[in-house]
Design a binder for this molecule. Sequence first.
Ligand code: BGC
Length: 499
Amino acid sequence: MSSIPTTTTSSAGFFRIPPPPHRMPAAGVRMMAGALRSSASSVGTILTNLQHESATPLPVLRHVADAMTEDMRAGLAVEGGSDLKMILSYVDALPSGNEKGLFYALDLGGTNFRVLRVQLGGKEERVIATESEQVSIPKELMSGTSEQLFDFIANGLATFAEVEGGNFRLPHGRQREIGFTFSFPVMQTSIDSGILMKWTKGFSVSGTAGRDVVACLNEAMERQALDMRVSALVNDTVGALAGARYWDDDVMVAVILGTGTNACYVERTDAIPRLHGTMSASGMTIINTEWGAFSNGIPLTVFDKDMDAASINPGEQIFEKTISGMYLGEIARRVLLKMAEEGDLFGRRFPEKLTTPFSLRTPDLCAMQQDDSDDLQAVGSILYNATQKVESNLSSRKVALEVCDAIVKRGGRLAGAGIVGILQKMDQDSKGSIYGKRTVVAMDGGLYEHYPQYRGYMQRAVEELLGSEISRNIVIEHSKDGSGIGAALLAATNSKYEH
Ligand code: BGC
């Protein structure tokens, strides 16, 4: 993307276009006291500083990848040994394709929860049928009580389970089994139990942290008189890995880049000192890294620091706050607001609405970056909405695009460096068997799926770090909805019944 000629163009031309005469300032738009504010050059300076402070040249990426590898080792060595919790998933066997029967999945990880049923037909028939439903979680429940949240979920599950017919068959006398995808940091205590360590992604439900989330769900199901059994509790990354592995034996890593972010991978049990020699029958297990908590060497700007300080979990989830969908729009909002306050980004009119935290969302950034019209019409209308009817001129639209690009570029490239950090740990331990053959990284999450620029930056960072030869062996692949089916598959693998 071309850079903006902030110094060669007169500020009057680019940053001080008055609103069209027929438009009066809209409600919520106040006029700036022009004399107190500086000129267009402030916009240029803020942009240049942003680009400089968020830059991720190869040495920075290399440092992040190496630090990720080191933090993984430290987290595996001792409990609490690093920012990365390196959680044992208790998933020691991945789906083989032989799974048969009806299984449910319940997926709670963001502003929606999903319920799903799948009829599995073994090696020959594989997935015979699936059905799913998505329910959005009312905002107030995200900061209500644990009981309220789990009652709401159990109710949705009960409604969904009521209508089961067609291709779905449960043998007589069997209890329905669920794979419960719970996408928050959970200290697993077995395959079907785990203690919530803390909420992330803006959730602040009281009474769940420190409790077994399966017990919370069971109690709510009892209150609904719903007779179902959680046979596997999994993180969404673990579900995604299981779901992708069902189709492809080379899948070794799964990454979620959505509202939040995380990665898991296949580890050898003899490479986990914390286990003190306890081996799984298969000799392997899946480790949920909880890489969102990583923080070593990430280039941060003043906007990131301010956003973190204002968040409900200051000092935590720094990698997540730099690369995931929940936060990219908010960082951009903060930059644009500062440009409006200090540098006339929107002329003399103050974009009041931009003072509201999270009013600019990552999908807005994405939509702006897809605009290839000469006058950046779409960018203009997104800014118009985001500012509650403040007009922008072509120059300020270009600046807004540069802001998006800087933030998204850093996010994508750091995500790429994280992936290389995991791969290189696995490669070092296996003496070259990761880089030396086809290895698949399964990807899921809206940010990855719907943001082409982000995805491109991520992919290129991986290639820059690995070089073209090794990159040919590393397949980064979208595994759509792996985590839903994956959780149902893990419910099948861990079923109390023979299958
Ligand atoms: C959570 C992870 C989850 C990730 C992606 C993070 O905020 O801590 O457990 O896997 O989001 O959903």
